[in-house]
Ligand binder design. Structure first.
Ligand code: GDP
Ligand code: IMO
Ligand code: MG
Length: 432
């Protein structure tokens, strides 16, 4: 059975957690394919708030198998903590598994992330300091430690020793910091290995078997398109292939296993961390959106930068990801505004750009906007599209026409049930 992919189309935090949870109900598997615990995927159910960093957002359904896939990088300390936190509130995590090929984030990766950011000064990326970049660097540098190595502690010890000797040269000679000690890390990590060993599986065969047995599989993206290592706003990106292409490389599956590419966008834009953001709002409207949308990082608690919806960037994201269904989240957040702006072109030194440029210097490239009148009423209780105010429908229609895509679902609140299924026939065809 061909499967579904959920991907963020902006700079992250589009509401992937909420939507993945919603769509997990009719899934057999939910699988993360990239990223690490730099993610923070929130799910609100009644007065409970879950923030998942590594565990796929299908975990709240006890029948869903959740796999942390081969392309993910895993900090075992954070992973175990997450499992314990869920278990402590009665969530069953017995179906949470970790791919043998997933690379392991070590304490030196977190340190190297921090030291490099300090070293870069005003050129820093504004990373989450979770060691994600250095873990992927070791993977590409062919010296990483994988979950598989937790199953052979002798080999693990050898690999760890070699890595620590190497890293200590960088830590002491380049960053002039204190060396790290093998013994304490080894002791800590063999404990993690013991705790996790039963969950470590050959995910590639598991996923292929699931396909053969016609299971419903949902792949959950982390971060988002504009943070993609290849096609994002480089160098202000994360270090994985966040786009739908990353599903194949991240899970060892061929492209023809995938059918529905579901892109998630907020009704506006946010970005956390540094890097260009052409539609960033610098006046008081930014504070209104941040407050109403609770725009603070789910992982780092940093205030998110807020901006208007950028259709040039969104069109580019839909193109790279082959999006066939769009989900718009946080439409309710715009309800208070008199005027809502949408960026339809960029202007650069007197020239109009209709394509997303490689060099997106925010000081030179400015958004060209059209204004929509606000609707000025609360929409967070609405469940039927026909009941939305006309100004709201005009806004949605404009986005659909610009992108030549139909909106599948609109989210109007953080709760699991605060949704408007716009295209019911497609929705139930995909998720029943
Ligand atoms: P993710 O990383 O893409 O999963 O998104 P985050 O969880 O980091 O951030 C999205 C935030 O918006 C979370 O606090 C969600 O609970 C919240 N959220 C999701 N959808 C909506 C919505 O439609 N309206 C409002 N007001 N909040 C939402
Ligand atoms: P979710 O899955 C928003 C950003 C960081 C930084 C850049 C690189 O919750 O949408 P990294 O630690 O990955 O090396 O940092 O990427 N970033 C995110 N921004 N949401 C995320 O994840 C992010 N994960 C990383 O802020 O700018
Ligand atoms: Mg997030």
């Amino acid at each position: 059975m061909p499967s579904n992919v959920i991907v963020g189309l902006q700079w992250g935090d589009e509401g992937k957690g909420k939507i993945t949870d919603l769509l997990s109900k009719n899934s057999d598997y939910v699988i993360r394919y990239q990223g690490g615990n730099n993610s923070g995927h929130s799910i609100h159910i009644k007065n409970r708030n879950f923030i998942l960093h590594l565990i796929p957002s299908g975990v709240l359904y006890s029948y869903v198998k959740c796999i942390v896939g081969p392309g993910v990088v895993v900090d075992p300390k954070s992973f175990i903590q997450e499992i314990r936190d869920l278990e402590s509130i009665g969530i069953n995590t017995s179906k949470v598994f970790l791919a043998k090929r997933a690379h392991i984030t070590m304490p030196y990766h977190r340190l190297l992330d921090l030291y490099k950011e300090e070293y870069l000064g005003n050129r820093s990326i504004g990373t989450t300091h979770r060691g994600i970049g250095p873990t992927y660097e070791d993977k590409i540098g062919r010296m990483g430690i994988r979950a598989l190595d937790f199953l052979d502690l002798k080999d693990f010890s050898k690999k760890l020793k070699y890595n620590i000797d190497f890293k200590n040269k960088i830590i002491t000679k380049i960053y002039k910091k204190k060396p790290i000690i093998f013994e304490s890390i080894y002791e800590e990590y063999i404990e993690y290995a013991k705790i996790l060993s039963d969950r470590i599986i050959d995910a590639v065969y598991e996923i292929h078997d699931a396909f053969r047995n016609e299971k419903k599989i949902l792949f959950e993206g982390a971060q988002a398109m504009l943070l993609d290592i290849n096609y994002g706003t480089y160098p202000y990106v994360t270090t994985s292939s966040t786009s739908t292409g990353g599903v194949c490389t991240g899970c060892g599956i061929p492209p023809n296993f995938l059918k529905n590419f579901i892109g998630i966008t907020k009704a506006y834009c946010t970005r956390v961390g540094y890097g260009p953001f052409p539609t960033e709002i610098v006046d008081r409207v930014s504070a209104i959106i941040r407050k109403k949308g609770n725009e603070y990082g789910a992982t780092t608690k940093r205030p998110r930068r807020c901006g208007w919806l950028d259709l040039i960037a969104l069109q580019y994201s839909c193109m790279i990801n082959g999006i066939n269904y769009l989900i718009i989240t946080k439409l309710d957040v715009l309800s208070e505004l008199e005027v809502i702006k949408v960026c339809i072109e960029y202007e650069c030194k007197g020239k109009i750009l209709k394509k997303f440029p490689l060099n997106l210097d925010q000081n030179i490239i400015k958004g060209v906007y059209i204004d929509f009148p606000g609707w000025k009423i609360d929409i967070s209780h609405i469940h039927e599209y026909k009941n939305l105010p006309d100004n709201c429908k005009k806004y949605i229609k404009f986005i659909e026409d610009y992108l030549s895509l139909e909106v599948l679902l609109i989210s109007v609140g953080s709760e699991r049930n605060q949704n408007i299924i716009k295209n019911k026939s497609s929705f139930f065809k995909i998720f029943s």
